[in-house]
Design a protein around this ligand. Structure first.
Ligand SMILES: CC(C)(COP(=O)(O)OP(=O)(O)OC[C@H]1O[C@@H](n2cnc3c(N)ncnc32)[C@H](O)[C@@H]1OP(=O)(O)O)[C@@H](O)C(=O)NCCC(=O)NCCS
Length: 138
């Protein structure tokens, strides 16, 4: 069974293994925990059998108008079971008072986000891959 929580209570680095699939310079589990701690909003999917996090979404905000969802990921072996859909819907509930909820995604995920009434726009991004693991963040 999967349960959904919005707190890090009881979540340790050992419960955060396997994420950032395909990243060339991924954050450690310690950095992952830090990301979740410092986010304005989080929702985690937990496998109740193992206590491990199997999916997560986080959001950052200006607490007035704009919110941004930088990361959403479900572990490969748990994909295709509706976990991301549930994570997004629970996060939307948290962000419902914002004017803007923004997400950047790859072309292949546009159909996924269109299910939630997102509109496609042009996006510009800048990435410093030396910093992808979060080691040099202040
Ligand atoms: C994208 C991701 C979070 C989806 O997780 P999931 O739990 O498998 O998604 P769901 O089971 O809720 O699927 C919802 C719908 O999206 C579709 N979908 C899921 N993953 C998809 C993908 N990678 N590409 C295209 N469509 C996808 C599913 O087919 C499903 O459609 P359906 O309802 O018509 O069957 C997961 O594939 C993932 O972690 N990918 C790697 C990280 C990533 O790309 N994150 C997004 C950054 S913007």
């Amino acid at each position: 069974m999967i349960k959904y929580i919005d707190t890090l209570e009881g979540v340790k680095t050992k419960n955060l293994k396997g994420f950032f699939v395909g990243w060339q310079n991924p954050p450690s589990t310690e950095k992952h925990l830090e990301i979740l701690k410092n986010s304005n909003y989080i929702v985690l999917a937990i496998d109740e059998d193992t206590g491990n996090v199997v999916g997560f979404v986080n959001a950052l905000s200006d607490k007035t108008l704009y919110s941004y969802i930088p990361l959403i990921e479900v572990l490969p072996e748990y994909q295709g079971k509706g976990i991301a859909t549930k994570l997004v819907n629970l996060m939307f509930e948290k962000l419902r008072h914002y004017y803007a909820i923004d997400i950047c995604c790859d072309e292949e995920l546009i159909s996924f986000y269109k299910n939630f009434n997102f509109n496609k726009v042009a996006g510009m991004i800048k990435r410093n891959y030396d910093n992808q693991n979060g080691k040099s963040a202040i």
